[in-house]
Ligand binder design. Structure first.
Ligand code: COA
Length: 158
């Protein structure tokens, strides 16, 4: 059985993330979406809010679970018994950071490998920060995030 983790901040989840979730879940037995409690970022949504939104937008996928984590990703992988980390690559600019992370994780735990999905072209430009900025100035974010997230962002900015 192949259990994989898709980690990230997901502040908030976008269609770009959902694209990776859908495609990776279709080839894994189980996909655990890990929401990082990241002390390096100042999030708009609490970890619980991010987990709730992700649960809502992934409920159609029976083999996808959502949970939060803090600390090292390899420790979280061990804890949940996952041998694969899934990451999305949007552009060449993501590559160097992702390569460094995957190699460091592999050195720390050779039993864990990272596999990369190239983000679908229509989401290659997307990031959670862009979505928040567009929303903050009242722009239309319906092409970037699901309805649940639109509502949650509106509540935050109202
Ligand atoms: N579609 C749309 N946006 C995407 C995307 C996709 N497919 N893939 C990434 N992004 C965006 C995110 O929205 C996010 O945007 P933001 O910066 O505006 O919020 C950005 O790309 C990067 O985000 P994310 O994928 O959430 O990564 P991260 O850098 O916040 O976290 C972890 C990456 C969780 C894998 C990493 O920080 C980690 O493992 N942390 C745990 C500590 C650890 O083990 N450290 C040692 C690592 S060697």
């Amino acid at each position: 059985m192949t259990r994989a983790i898709y980690p990230g901040s997901f502040d908030p989840v976008t269609f770009g993330h959902l694209d990776i979730i859908k495609r990776s879940a279709s080839i894994m037995d189980e996909l655990i979406v890990g929401v990082l409690n990241n002390s390096k970022k100042q999030p708009l949504f609490s970890v619980d809010e991010r987990v709730r939104m992700l649960c809502e937008v992934t409920k159609a996928y029976a083999n996808v679970k959502v949970t939060s984590f803090s600390g090292l990703l390899i420790d979280f992988a061990d804890e949940v018994g996952a041998g694969v980390i899934v990451r999305g690559l949007r552009a060449i600019t993501d590559f160097e950071y992702e390569l460094q992370m995957s190699q460091t994780n592999h050195i720390m735990n050779p039993g864990i490998d990272t596999i990369f999905f190239t983000t679908s072209l229509e989401y290659a430009y997307l990031s959670s920060s862009t979505v928040k900025e567009v929303a903050m100035y009242g722009g239309d974010i319906s092409r970037f995030v699901p309805e649940t997230v639109i509502k949650a962002i509106r509540e935050k900015f109202n």
